[in-house]
Design a protein around this ligand. Structure first.
Ligand SMILES: N[C@@H](CCC(=O)N[C@@H](CS)C(=O)NCC(=O)O)C(=O)O
Length: 205
C-alpha cells in the first residue's frame, strides 16, 4: 500500500497519527507537494479522483481518499488498539462524536488557519472574516466539549478514540497561527494536553 501524504497538512496527519497508534510501518509514504500544486497534476487527479491528500492506494490499485475512510480501512486491517468502537453501541457513539468534532471543531479550525495564515495564500483566495467566523464557530464547540469533558478523560469512550484524534489534529494545525483555546476551558485544555502528550501524537508533525 502507498499513502499519499504532505507533511504539514492536517488531514493526512490523521492517518499518520492512527498508523503510529497502531504501530503500522509497512505502508510506503509518498509525499505530494501541495505547495507546488503536485496534487493538481492530471496524473495525480486521474489516479485518486480528487486533488486532495491523503489518499491510500491499495496493492490492487484501488485508491481511497477521505482521511476517515482510510483510517477506518486501516482499523479493519489492524484492529488494535481499537479507535472506532468494539460493538454497535460504541461504534455509533464514537462515530457521532467524530462527526461532531470534525464538522464543528476541526474543519472550522482548519478554515480559520487557511484564511489567515500568509503562507497558505498560495492555496487560494483568503478572507480574514471567514477565518474569524470559523474560529468563533470552533470555540462554540470547544465550550460544549469543555462541559462534556468535566467528568470524562476522553470525548467518546473511556479511552482515546478517533473523536479525540480528529479534534486534536485540527487544533494542532491552528498552532500555525499561534492559536490557543481560551484558558477558561480548563477541562478541554486538560484533555488537549493529555492527547498531545501521547507518543503517537508526534506522527506527521
Ligand atoms: N475531507 C478530506 C479533506 C482533504 C483535504 O482537504 N486535504 C487537504 C490537505 S489537509 C488538501 O489536499 N488540500 C489541497 C487543496 O485544497 O488544494 C479528508 O478528510 O481527507
Amino acid at each position: 500500500m502507498k499513502l499519499f501524504d504532505y507533511a504539514r497538512a492536517p488531514n493526512p496527519r490523521r492517518v499518520r497519527w492512527l498508523m503510529a497508534e497502531k504501530g503500522i510501518e509497512d505502508i510506503e509514504i509518498v509525499s505530494v507537494d501541495l505547495a507546488t500544486g503536485e496534487h493538481k497534476s492530471p496524473e495525480y487527479r486521474n489516479r485518486i479522483g480528487l486533488a486532495h491528500v491523503p489518499a491510500l492506494e491499495l496493492d490492487d490499485g484501488t485508491c481511497i481518499s477521505e482521511s476517515l475512510a482510510i483510517c477506518r480501512y486501516l482499523e479493519s486491517l489492524y484492529p488494535e488498539p481499537n479507535l472506532f468502537g468494539r460493538d454497535a453501541r460504541e461504534q455509533a457513539v464514537i462515530e457521532m462524536w467524530t462527526r461532531r468534532c470534525e464538522i464543528y471543531l476541526a474543519n472550522p479550525m482548519m478554515l480559520a488557519v487557511r484564511h489567515t495564515h500568509p503562507g497558505l495564500a498560495l492555496m487560494g483566495p483568503q478572507n480574514p472574516e471567514v477565518g474569524a467566523y470559523n474560529q468563533a464557530e470552533a470555540e462554540k464547540m470547544m465550550k460544549t466539549l469543555n462541559r462534556h469533558l468535566a467528568d470524562r478523560e476522553f470525548i467518546a469512550a473511556d479511552r482515546f478514540t478517533m473523536a479525540d484524534l480528529v479534534s486534536v489534529t485540527g487544533l494542532d494545525f491552528a498552532r500555525m497561527i499561534k492559536y490557543q483555546p481560551p484558558e477558561a476551558f480548563e477541562h478541554f485544555n486538560r484533555w488537549l494536553e493529555a492527547c498531545r502528550a501521547r507518543p503517537a501524537a508526534k506522527a506527521g508533525l
